[in-house]
Ligand binder design. Structure first.
Ligand code: FAD
Length: 317
């Protein structure tokens, strides 16, 4: 089979990488572009000094047979491991942070990082995509896995021809504050605390979690309400309020450094059609990601599988 044009996949999160792997395994070349400096998307891990922080997704479960099989493979390969159990069901983490799983999936694929796709237009039965640096990519099919508002932006005027359900997809925003301590935190094993009230909803100790050397490396997540109200506030103000709320869990240790990350799109609050959106014309188009498969890492994985299958079943070559 001769492939003149690859499939273009926008987004090297779990959905995009899963789709790319499956196309690759089926002998269909795929190019993955991501605006970020590393793969993983919201499965994000960052360093401050010597310490490692998961500042996006914290853990995942595996319910469907397909995802369970994938997770079992990652565990066998030493990429993922159980962090804790809830209702006797394992919750997993990347062994060296959540982005370790994305790095594992990305191995051997054609991934173009720091490459933002700004537009994609159909050209006959193909796609012509333009990147921020003026690059052009011709593609036999297009899989968009960015948060849906960003995917629709790439499609420009063409989005008007797509179902309204896609424009109704919504996500909650979330501040992540990463805090370095000069001593251990006051959290007990397995190293996290959920809060029902106040600006902070989640606080996790990356040292107890097992991805950071310590002594204290905390990730805090803010409530959607606090994030919405303070979205444009200076980072120092956001950090101050969240650190005050988390004080009971600092174990008396001193904060020596901190960083704020603003997740404009974190958890899906209003989903799209499951398990992906597919349109064969004017040129093969798939929208996929967590908004289509169940609002979490497992859902994004399953949506990535469905995206690849939709193109394969459409007879693309
Ligand atoms: C704070 C937070 C906490 C979470 N906690 C959990 C949790 O504990 N458990 C869980 O299961 N899930 C959790 N999630 C959700 C989980 O992270 C997502 O469901 C999942 O990672 C989504 O994967 P995805 O591939 O669909 O999208 P993403 O990971 O968002 O990937 C999309 C990619 O598209 C790229 N992109 C966007 N626009 C462009 C463009 N124009 N050009 C090129 N690239 C582009 C982005 O850089 C990104 O890498 C959390 C998310 C956040 C933010």
């Amino acid at each position: 089979m001769v492939h003149s044009n690859p499939i273009l996949i926008v987004g090297a999160g779990i959905a995009g990488l899963t789709a790319a792997r499956q196309l690759h395994d089926a002998g269909i070349p795929a190019v993955v572009c991501d605006k970020g400096r590393g793969p993983g998307g919201r499965m994000a891990t960052r360093r401050i000094g010597e310490q490692r922080f998961d500042h996006g997704a914290q853990y995942f479960s595996a319910v469907s047979p397909r995802f369970r099989e994938a997770v079992a493979g990652w565990v066998a390969d030493g990429i993922a491991e159980e962090w804790f159990q809830m209702n006797r069901t394992p919750r997993y983490r990347g062994r060296n942070g959540m982005n370790a799983i994305a790095k594992h999936l990305a191995a051997g694929l054609d991934i173009r990082l720091s490459t933002r796709v700004v537009s994609a237009v159909p050209e006959g039965k193909h796609w012509r995509a333009t990147t921020e640096d003026g690059g052009r990519i011709s593609a036999a099919g297009l899989i968009l896995t960015a948060p849906v508002p960003q995917s629709l932006e790439i499609l420009g005027g063409l989005q008007e021809e797509l179902p309204n359900a896609l424009r109704a997809v919504a996500y909650a925003p979330c501040f992540a504050v990463m805090v370095l301590l000069d001593g251990p935190s006051g959290l007990a094993g397995p190293g996290f605390q959920r809060m029902k009230e106040g600006p902070v909803t989640w606080i996790a100790d990356n040292t107890i979690k097992g991805i950071s050397a310590g002594p204290g490396a905390l990730t805090m997540h803010a409530s959607p309400l606090f994030t919405r109200v303070n979205y444009d506030a200076p980072a120092a103000e956001v950090a101050k309020q969240m650190m005050m709320a988390a004080r009971p869990w600092l174990g008396g240790s001193r904060i020596t450094d901190w960083q704020v990350h603003r997740w404009r799109y974190s958890l899906v609050s209003s989903s799209g059609p499951e398990p992906c959106f597919f349109s064969p014309s004017p040129a093969p188009l798939v929208l996929a990601g967590d908004a289509f498969g169940g609002a979490r890492i497992e859902g994004a994985f399953l949506s990535g599988c469905a995206a690849a299958l939709a193109l394969l079943e459409s007879g693309i070559s």
